[in-house]
Design a protein. Structure first.
Length: 137
């Protein structure tokens, strides 16, 4: 599901870049913390929504990818390029220089990033502290 929905918390002022040969700013890209139990989410994850991302990862496709903390955000590394998501709040999930291999899936109009248990807890903590959103068990 793309766009706003119950349990999807928009990370405002987020910039996303698609880097594959050249750097392209993804105008209008929206990034959400999608909390488990809301709008069909089975686990808390990050939604990155822009149609150009389906060039790197088609809807319903997916696989394990390297996700790295960078200064001011994080990046997802694909064979054909990378997506850089810039919002300093994301460094609470992965600090610059930290990385993990985790599931990244395609959806219509974007991608979603699953994280390991520790990073899921950190995303949920962000939801509580920044958005005042109570995350249930």
């Amino acid at each position: 599901m793309t766009g706003p929905a119950e349990g999807k918390l928009l990370l405002e002022n987020t910039k996303a870049l698609l880097v594959s040969g050249r750097e392209e700013l993804l105008e209008g890209c929206e990034v959400y913390i999608h909390v488990k139990g809301y709008s069909l989410a089975r686990v808390t994850h990050l939604d990155v929504e822009h149609p150009a991302l389906n060039k790197l990862l088609p809807p319903r496709g997916g696989g394990f990818r390297r996700v790295e903390g960078v200064d001011g955000g994080l990046q997802v590394v694909f064979r054909a390029g990378r997506v850089v998501i810039l919002n300093p709040l994301l460094n609470r999930v992965l600090k610059p220089g930290e990385w993990q291999v985790t599931w990244v899936g395609g959806k219509y109009g974007g991608i979603y990033i699953g994280f390991r248990r520790e990073q899921v807890r950190l995303l949920e903590k962000l939801a509580e502290e920044v958005f005042g959103f109570t995350v249930g068990e």
